[in-house]
Structures are given as C-alpha cells and as structure tokens.
Design a protein around this ligand. Structure first.
Ligand code: KG4
Ligand code: ZN
Length: 336
C-alpha cells in the first residue's frame, strides 16, 4: 500500500510517499524560514498562504521523484492537529480534495503521533518493544508518553508552561540569535562551557513527570542581562545542559515507574546533538535502549505523517470529512 502524507501544521510544508513494503519512496520538505525570519517568529496568516502555494507542486514533485502515478496512491494521510488552524486546513483541504477525486480513503493524523512513530523509521535499529516510553520534544509540545500499542497512548507528564523547543527558541531570541533559534542556540552551545553557570534542573526535586521551563528561561534572561555578550556561548551551553539533564532525570523516572526498557525520543529537539550524545551515554550507564528518528525526520516532515497513516490504516482507521483541531490531546485520539 502506498500512502501520501501531507504535513502543514506550522512553518514547513512536508509531503512524502511511504510504501508499506519498501518504506520511503520520496520525501520533500519546504521550509518557510526565510518567509518568517524578518518577523522573528511564525506569522500564521503568511504560513497558511504559503502552504496552499507549495502543497500541489510538492505532491507533483514527490510523485515524480518516486516515478509513481497518482493512481498508484492507495490513501492520503494529513496532519489534522495540533497546530495553527489555518495552516492545518490548507493541508487538510488539499488532502481531502485529492482523496475524493481519486476515490481513496484519507486519514487524520495527530502531529505528535507522527513524530512519535518516526522513531520506528530508523532502519539501522530494531524497533522498540511495547510498552515503551516516548519523550516528545517539539516547538509546541513536551510530553512523556507510555506507548502501549500503536494508537494507545497514556500521557504520563507534560510541560506546565514552555515546551523545550519553545524555551530554546525564546532563549535564543533573548541572545539576539536569528529565527529559528533552537538550532542556532545549540550551535553556540557547542563552543561554550556547560559548567560556566549553575542553573536549576526544574521540577526534578519533587515527584512527578511534568516539566516546567519558564523559570529556567527567566534565570537565563537575568544572566544574559548581567553578563557581556562574550559569555553568550557559556550561557547557551549551561542552559542546554540544564534542559537535557532535566529531560534525562524525568525519562529515567518514567522508565522506572512503568518498568519499560525502551525509550523513544522524537520531535524537533531530538535533532539536538548534545541531547543525542547524553542519552546515548546514559543507555550504557542505566541499561535502557534508545530509539531516535533519523536526523532528517526529527523536525516536521510529511514522511512521518504518511508512515503514521499507513500504520493507522492497517488498523482499519479511515475518515472522509475535513476536520482539523488546533488543540488535540494525544491520549484522546479517538474522541475528537
Ligand atoms: O517538531 P518541530 O519541527 O516542530 C514542532 O512540532 O514544533 O520542532 C521544532 C522545534 C523548534 O523549537 C526548534 O527550535 C527545535 O525544535 N529544534 C532544536 C534543534 N533543532 C530543532 N532545538 C534544539 N536543538 C536543535 N538542534
Ligand atoms: Zn513537529
């Protein structure tokens, strides 16, 4: 079965073809970074207008890349939430119109489920055994999830304020780094001293699996105001270490609480090199197995949506109405 995936929840238009037998057939992402950079963040209306212009050429592009006629597509999966409503509706309208005209089913996919299941696309490692714990770290969400089966998710904890990617982005902005700040801050951190400043590991000294990053961000803002620009790399490295240490403490706690042996980390921040190194060395120290998406599938893309769609269609899921939701809880997938 060949599934066309369309992702348009924020500032990337991602389109891909996934074959249940042969895996990835084609995968293209158009990033709107240049469009939003002058505003220092995503402008929702501009994002929607750009998605609608990019979607069809990208679909034609992946069909050409895969040397595949659209009549060979068996189903279309699209991101139906959470995200920017206007942006979501662009992808959904294209997906539904195309599915209707081709007479094939379409399926709504939760963006974070797409991220979560992208870790199963790592061809170099065997997939995680159920049940496993997933840490989802993106620009809009941070959560720990117990994955009992595909489609059966229990949210164990989530952020009470900023998402991890959002904390990276906001801290980068305070340092005057260009949008999108997360990868820029990570680059700066690479040349800084992570021990230079002592920062808190928020909410680690009390029980529970929730996160909070806004207090840490405020501490970093005070440092940025007090220290000269020449110390920005040290501040970035100390901030990055505080965040990753916090994530590791909470992940170990979640693994222990659920008795799971496999940990998946996905979402845009899973592209962070320091995170990948720290968690990799933790696997040897604490004896759990780590699963990450390939680097090209950490940030938003259509392949993760096509792949999640294929897995959900295999379970018999279908839908035929355009329905997007900007807020959608991962453990209530079937109720919206
Ligand atoms: O999953 P994603 O592409 O979009 C959302 O669903 O939000 O994640 C984007 C987030 C942004 O906040 C971005 O700054 C962050 O992921 N990000 C990173 C890195 N690459 C992307 N944060 C830290 N280090 C990185 N290397
Ligand atoms: Zn995302």
């Amino acid at each position: 079965m060949i599934v066309l995936g369309i992702e348009s929840s924020c500032d990337e238009t991602g389109v891909a073809l996934f074959d249940t037998q042969h895996g990835e057939l084609a995968h293209r992402v158009y990033s709107q970074i240049d469009l939003h950079r002058q505003y220092g963040g995503v402008v929702p209306e501009l994002a929607s207008r750009d998605h609608i212009n990019r979607a069809i050429p990208l679909i034609d592009g992946v069909l050409a890349d895969a040397d595949c006629d659209k009549s060979a597509v068996d189903a279309i999966a699209y991101t139906a939430g959470p995200g920017l409503l206007g942006a979501l509706l662009c992808g959904a309208s294209v997906a539904q119109s195309l599915a209707f005209s081709l007479g094939i089913p379409s399926i709504r996919i939760h963006h974070m489920e797409g991220h979560l299941l992208a870790a199963l696309l790592d061809e170099d490692n065997p997939p995680p055994a159920f049940p496993f714990v997933a840490l989802l770290v993106s620009g809009g969400h941070t959560m720990l999830v117990l994955v009992k089966a595909i489609g059966d998710y229990e949210v164990l904890g989530s952020t009470l304020d900023d998402a991890v990617g959002e904390a990276f982005d906001k801290t980068a902005k305070l340092m005057g780094l260009p949008y999108p700040g997360g990868p820029e801050l990570a680059k700066l951190a690479d040349v800084g001293d992570a021990e230079a400043f002592t920062l808190p590991r928020p909410m680690t000294n009390r029980p529970g699996l929730d996160f909070s990053f806004s207090g840490l961000k405020t501490q970093v803002r005070l440092l940025i105001e007090a220290e000269p620009d020449s110390r920005h790399a040290d501040i970035a490295a100390s901030f990055q270490k505080a965040v990753i240490d916090t994530l590791l403490i909470k992940c170990r706690r979640a693994l222990k609480a659920t008795d799971a042996k496999h940990l998946v980390i996905s979402g845009g921040v899973s592209a962070n090199r320091y995170l990948r190194q720290q968690f990799d060395s933790a696997t040897r120290k604490y004896g759990f197995k780590l699963h990450l998406p390939p680097m090209s599938l950490c940030t938003d893309n259509g392949l993760m949506i096509a792949h999640a769609g294929a897995l959900r269609i295999a379970q018999g899921k279908r839908d035929y109405t355009i329905d997007c939701t900007s807020r959608w809880v991962l453990d209530e997938l079937e109720t919206v």
